[in-house]
Design a binder for this molecule. Structure first.
Ligand code: GZL
Length: 348
């Protein structure tokens, strides 16, 4: 039976304490006279009460969302909270994540946490972690593996639902404007190709376009979740056509890149402009732009996964079986629903 890291730590503590009591018993039986000062907390037991080692392989630092996600993990897995935390920034490369996971396995950490840059290509290294008896908790983006047993639990967002939320809002917004029968041209700025967030948010939009005969996808470009790349690709599109009613950006950083390109082309956007801007992530910067009317609507994608991952680890430590896949509840925002206080209260 695979012993979880939590159980192995409990076994070490029990063995150390058994040794301590044997020492006490021997001292008492052999009547060594002078009562030796016996350590109340023997070295081995203290050692065995070691911190829980949590090793995190993070996608990168490509966006405000990502920075908030990393910070949430760092501030959760602190020494004062009982953890030894290892962090690796993969700079957006799966090879770097696989190398990091192999290093963590050699180190013999108690838990591996993985935010996979893309969904595929994880079976081999996750099998190695499983063979080493190290539970892997997947966070945010999902892995597409042959056997679900290769990871212990996943916590993140329902990305297709996020896309559906944006589509439902656009449908009702256009109806309110009396444009439900008008031809609507949509430019789609996609996130990192193959990332769960890109796959789901794209699925949500494409299903929405299929369901509306008057909606047309005039372009799908690779914004890679960054402002620089989104600016580059949207500027290229605007050189070809400016017949765009909506730009659907798969995160806030790419929305800022699209806005930069629109401004340079002299086009208006947002609640008082010609081009409707839809964004996802709802970071502080994204919500501020939304409150100011630069982004028409912003779908929440909550990055504060540190406490959620910790809850899973504590369940395993307690010998419980965590929920396999946990979807975070999320909402959306428009200028009408935002205030500075609300934005400040959200923590990212
Ligand atoms: C979504 C997350 C995405 C964000 C981007 O959960 O994986 O990656 O939407 C980030 O901002 O780069």
């Amino acid at each position: 039976m695979l012993v979880s890291r939590g159980n192995s730590r409990r076994i070490r503590i029990r063995k150390a304490l058994a040794g301590f009591f044997m020492l006490l018993l021997t001292a008492a039986v052999c009547g060594c006279g002078k009562q030796e000062h016996v350590e109340t907390e023997p070295e081995e037991a203290a050692q065995a009460e070691k911190l829980i080692s949590v090793a995190f392989s993070e996608v990168g630092a490509e966006s405000d969302w990502r920075v908030a996600n990393s910070e949430s993990m760092r501030t959760t897995f602190t020494e004062e909270n009982g953890y030894e935390f290892y962090f690796e920034d993969a700079k957006g490369k799966q090879d770097n994540q696989i190398t990091a996971l192999r290093n963590y396995i050699v180190q013999g950490v108690d838990y591996i946490v993985l935010d996979p840059v893309v969904e595929t290509g994880w079976d081999e290294v996750l099998q190695e972690a499983k063979d080493a008896g190290i539970p892997v908790i997947v966070v945010d983006r999902m892995v597409d593996v042959d056997a679900d047993e290769l990871y212990t639990a996943w916590v993140g967002s329902d990305f297709e639902k996020e896309g559906e939320t944006a589509v439902e809002w656009l449908d009702s917004f256009l109806k309110e404007q009396g444009r439900e029968d008008e031809r609507i041209s949509i430019l789609h700025v996609m996130g990192t190709q193959g990332a769960s967030a890109q796959l789901g948010r794209t699925e949500g939009l494409e299903k929405g376009v299929e369901a509306h005969d008057n909606w047309e996808l005039v372009g799908q470009v690779q914004g890679e979740f960054t402002q620089a790349k989104a600016y580059e690709v949207v500027a290229e599109v605007l050189l070809e056509t400016q017949d765009i009613d909506v730009i659907y950006c798969e995160n806030d950083d790419s929305a800022f890149g699209a806005i930069q390109a629109l401004e340079e082309a002299g086009l208006t956007y947002g609640t008082d402009g010609d081009v409707i801007i839809i964004s996802l992530d709802a970071t502080e910067a994204g919500l501020t732009a939304c409150m100011e009317g630069k982004i028409n609507m912003n779908v929440e994608c909550n990055p504060m996964h540190g406490p959620r991952v910790e809850k899973i680890i504590q369940q395993i430590e307690a010998g419980e079986i965590p929920e396999k896949n946990y979807y975070v509840e999320e909402t959306y925002f428009t200028a009408e629903t935002l205030t500075e206080e609300l934005i400040a209260s959200r923590g990212y």
